[in-house]
Design a protein around this ligand. Structure first.
Ligand code: ACO
Length: 436
């Protein structure tokens, strides 16, 4: 549970007409400061307006710390690069959800609990027959995750810790099976059932790429790379999809419904969908004669709505530390596989041209987590349409951790922003016969 915020020695003063309002200043555990406006409306009648929540802290949270100016990212106080180098994804999931790294017994118990739930209800599989074969797997993922609330009606109560616990295990266990099956369905291959003696990532790769008629063994380098990618995607504090999960969960909607909504938010190309958009953009640049500068110029042109996908971030005004880790992993994996991916070459050229261009320098636009992740997914053999699904698999423990933190909070309230109305003032009703 988050520590209560300290009230700082200073206060902010807001003058409205001839009134002066004193607003407390709150201080977080890393010294970040916030002006507390929670009593502003009741005391003054005014609200604040902040489109896109650029300046708005919606919660206090003890899960993830990031400093966008310095390029710092920590889960529960641990540096992201240290976790990526020393843990697997399940260990990091435990850390995010329960607040501490698991000891050996907790680690075993958590893994066993997840393993017990990897299969899908056979009737749930029937849903897949209803989707068109070329359906986007993110649409399938959010639909099937939401449908879990129809199959597990015994565990929908957000206020019952045991029900929440089993839903957490079910979600972590089934999401890879659901994801892999959406791919198998799209290519007309049979569902590969999970094999519970395998670890999480190995099991997923098997469900993606094995066929019943052939033996299959995952490449250990792919398993390592996938673990790393899932870890660096696992949480990122109040991003669009996590805020969505909190927003939906704030009405006491069940965990499956809340996560399903988060998946939809992640799908958009300005958020998790950027990884797919990056690869499409890099392929377009190659097909268009490798003219990197042309695309950088297009991104700068205010009359053109083209943006460099995988570049820029709401919070990072420095190199995204996740991009640093992923780029190094790309280098390592491609060297080991003796692969030369033209996309990686173009991506590096693009980064070089953009990061030395005054437009990008002045706006502090750097590669974000999505810029190089697609290169690794491609090397592993993951099809482009599945990239954002992999992001969702990685982000799942973060969503769960935030949903749980909110439900456990004694100060939880339904999320309900206000607005400044700009529509018509009151007017007289006109019967249809008299309308022009
Ligand atoms: N290419 C070109 N210009 C850009 C880019 C870009 N990728 N990103 C931002 N800018 C420019 C904007 O045009 C704006 O310029 P201006 O000041 O002249 O108007 C300025 O930089 C600030 O950009 P905003 O859009 O105001 O920044 P915001 O914080 O609202 O958006 C976002 C952040 C959505 C990530 C944006 O940088 C973007 O669209 N990037 C491309 C999509 C992408 O990679 N998304 C993934 C983000 S990471 C994630 O969600 C997992």
């Amino acid at each position: 549970m988050p520590e209560p915020l300290k009230t700082g020695d200073d206060a902010a003063f807001l003058r409205i007409g001839d009134r002066e309002v004193k607003l407390p200043i709150l201080v977080g555990s890393e010294g970040e400061t916030a002006v507390d406006i929670s009593r502003l409306r009741s005391e003054t009648g005014f609200i604040t307006l902040d489109e896109g929540y650029v300046n708005t802290g919606s919660v206090t949270s003890a899960i993830t710390f990031l400093d966008g100016e310095e390029g710092v990212l920590r889960y529960r106080g641990y540096r992201i690069d240290v976790l990526a180098a020393n843990c697997d994804f399940i260990e990091v999931s435990y850390l995010l959800i329960y607040g501490e790294l698991p000891n050996a017994a907790q680690n075993d118990a958590f893994r066993s609990a997840i393993r017990m739930h990897t299969m899908l209800h056979e009737d749930l599989k029937l849903f897949y027959n209803g989707f068109p074969r070329d359906a986007h797997p993110m649409a399938i993922l959010s639909s099937v995750i939401n449908a879990m609330s129809t199959f597990y009606q015994d565990s929908l109560n957000p206020h019952d810790p045991e029900q929440v616990e089993v839903s957490i295990h079910r979600l972590l266990a089934k999401l890879p099976t659901i994801a892999a099956y959406s791919y198998k369905k799209s290519i007309g291959q049979p569902l590969i059932y999970p094999q519970n003696n395998l670890e999480y990532c190995e099991n997923f790769l098997r469900m993606m790429f094995a066929v019943p008629s052939e033996p299959f063994e995952s490449d250990p380098d792919f398993v390592t790379a996938l673990n790393l990618l899932l870890i660096v995607h696992a949480d990122h504090e109040q991003n669009c999809s996590t805020s969505t999960v909190r927003m939906v969960g704030s009405s006491d909607a069940n965990l499956f419904a809340s996560i399903s909504a988060g998946i939809c938010a992640l799908w958009g190309p300005l958020h998790g969908g950027a990884n797919e958009a990056v690869v499409n953009m890099l392929e377009r640049i190659i097909e268009d004669g490798l003219n990197v500068k042309k695309y950088v110029d297009m991104a700068k042109d205010k009359n053109n709505n083209f943006r460099l996908m995988g570049f820029g971030h709401r919070v990072y005004k420095n190199y995204d530390p996740r991009a640093t880790i992923i780029k190094a992993a790309c280098d390592k994996l491609l060297a080991k596989l003796q692969l030369q991916d033209p996309l990686f070459e173009v991506a590096q050229q693009l980064e070089k041209v953009a990061t030395s261009d005054p437009y990008f320098v002045e706006r502090k636009l750097y590669p974000n987590v999505d810029f190089y992740s697609g290169v690794i997914y491609r090397a592993i053999g993951i099809p482009v349409q599945m990239f954002t699904v992999l992001f969702a698999m990685g982000r799942l423990p973060g969503w769960i951790a935030h949903w749980k933190e909110m439900q456990d909070s004694s100060t939880k309230r339904i999320c309900r922003p206000r607005q400044v109305y700009t529509g018509s003032p009151i007017r007289d009703f006109v019967p249809i016969a008299q309308r022009r």
